[in-house]
Design a protein around this ligand. Sequence first.
Ligand code: NAD
Length: 312
Amino acid sequence: MKKDKILVIGACGQIGVELTLALRKMYGDANVVASDLREEHELLKGTGPYVSLDVMNKEMLHVLVIRHNITQIYLLAAILSATGEKNPLLAWHINMQSLLNVLDIAKEENLDKVYWPSSIAVFGPNSPAKETPQHTIIEPTTIYGISKFAGERWCEYYNHRFGVDVRSLRYPGLISYKSAPGGGTTDYAVEIFHEAKEHQKYTSFLSENTYLPMMYMPDAIRATIELMEADAAKITVRSAYNLSAMSFSPKEIGAEIRKHIPSFELSYQPDYRQQIADGWPDSMDDSQARKDWGWKPEYDLEKMTADMLKNI
Ligand code: NAD
């Protein structure tokens, strides 16, 4: 039987660190090669193989895949929503070309599976904001959302046309304490915990009643692995699955934190990220993921807040 050998690209980011550690536990340390542009993350050091890689360099990526006998790729390298708005052409170039490089090598080398995340950013102001369905109006207005939507179409195309087993999730905003977020519109929901613990106050860059879909990192990691482990016959969506756990506003998360830190003060100073958030869903309908491969979140706002404050 062929042994799984996994390459994680963008392994030093907010998701990559935790996903790499989880995959190493499942597949064995030596069978999960971590890679990134950045220096190896502290939490990854000594836990398994690490290589320096620019995913934009297709030849280098191809050589790496052959040399390490890679059978699965998890592509996490990207320019996120808030950073993308500062340099739209760069965000488009990196987000698209990285995916095309990976999909094409997966096709050429006949890899077993590819994972690439999409985002709630594919939706725009014309999509229904509450319980946004899997299939609905998709008119993203950020360059990040446009690149994710185009990426979804490429994934489905490579699956239908060339049989590449590529799988994807539309992650909500992800909250974690192990590795810092990388320039997204939902970063406030991570910063707020650090500031609450260190200074008992925080100024949110989103307004008090801005609801967004959110998820705690352990749920996101489990969802990713469960999707990738699912029988291929169960995967009916080859673009990207809606994925949901909770939805809250800055005011609501502030109130939840205040249950643990009564002196916590929250103020609001919306900036350019408010406009991005205003175009995104408040909550998501993930019934297709639940039906196809049994998705079920474990963390709600209360449980996540207690765990975040205990661990940071
Ligand atoms: P991040 O910015 O924290 O990490 C991305 C990593 O990719 C970084 O370590 C960066 O150094 C690396 N990278 C960038 N360019 C690279 C290149 N050319 N070659 C190799 N590595 C490169 O991002 P994240 O939050 O971990 O997100 C991972 C994926 O999940 C992205 O596709 C993102 O769009 C998606 N996503 C994230 C969230 C979230 O809330 N974090 C939500 C929805 C979707």
